[in-house]
Design a protein around this ligand. Sequence first.
Ligand code: FRU
Length: 454
Amino acid sequence: MPEEDSSGQFGMHRRTALKTFGALGAAGVAGATLPGSAAGKGRFGPSWTREQAEQIRRTDANTAPLIDEPVDKLSDSLYIWDTWPLRNRDGSITKINGYQVIFSLTAPNDVPPGARHNLARIRYFYSKNGHDWTLGGEAFENPLGHHQWAGSAMYDQTEDQLYLFYTAVSDGNLPPRERYRQRLAFAKGASMETSSEGVSLTGSFEHHKIAEADGQTYQTLEQSVDQGIVYAFRDPWYFQHPETGEDYVVFEGNTRIEDPSAYQNDWYKWNGNVGIAQATNEELTDWELQEPLLEAITTNQQLERPHIVVNRGNYYLFTISHKFTFAPGLTGPDGLYGFVADSMDGDYQPLNDGGLVVANPTEQPFQTYSHLALPHGDNLLVTSFLNFQDLPGESLDSVSELSPEEQKAVFGGTLAPSLRVQLKGSETRISAELQGGQFLPSAGKSKSGGNGKN
Ligand code: FRU
């Protein structure tokens, strides 16, 4: 358990202290650490700064190989994109009676790929070898939200219970101030049954809301519409603190901007953050929002699907981002970005100077997306999905120049080949491309068994 601080609260003092330090630090060095902001104004947290992002370089170490062979599709009738494995509380991949399970955002593939976001349902797949996946079915009968976006999945071995975290999203056809409203949610109550036939979910889930944007630290949908940005309050990733045992989710948010005039130009509109919430009861039904782990104000608008890997005492924070969400004057490829700190709270510094860990090759800048870095021994296994190949233009917008049939033809919509990535302090190197979408247990670290029923 964490120490008790002088106010009698558990676990909060470290994060509050970090916030205070961040504010003093920014004011004290008068804009040197935050070049997009005016000194002494606004609220400044631990940041991915413009200066750091200017160091983003594509190198041999962070550029993924070109995918030039056809990739087998997991399904003939479904698009499959953001995917996450079922993990134990400690983050290792769960194996129950020899089976692994992954959860994916899915949608019928008879619509143009852009329409899939408003139809997304979470389905699960299982496998004995971690790379040949069989569709199990839909995860939920009655989830929260019009549709569901990314999340994470935890299996508590002692309770024999699944905890499935997801984003509950409102209908994208509603008026702007109501569409794509996002809330963090999770479901518990059910488990998994395995047999020689495969894996099925048993029991029924109760669904709980974890958090919604508070409008103070985390910008609400309404505040974001006024500011004209791609809004985010989504992608809860379960993380148990290895030292304190505390339960957290990290997620993608936007920081509310109190005083736009504190920032140069209109760069305050690029206000992505990695948010964090802590469970305040053991049932994980009560949660408390905390100050973001990382903010990219004036740098980038979207830090999607954030997640943490702990290795040799270092805390690695990963997130995915797009070229089109970098602020004016900055650029970086679609891909995986990462940061490292010596504690969960930070202060996070970009890996490889600018933060870039996996970029698509220049010939196919959109070939994969939604990367997920999983611990693999002392290195990483990075999974992703096959996004767009052979687009007519240099941006994702050029998809709209194509007919609906052409759009379907250039969209992959299945797991992409996984990558092995070496991890060395604050540097990384892509060392191998595997065949297909492999979610392999972390060598030497995964738990055996689990107590799922036969
Ligand atoms: C990343 C992402 C996630 C979101 C999902 C919506 O690929 O934008 O942040 O949950 O896709 O489809």
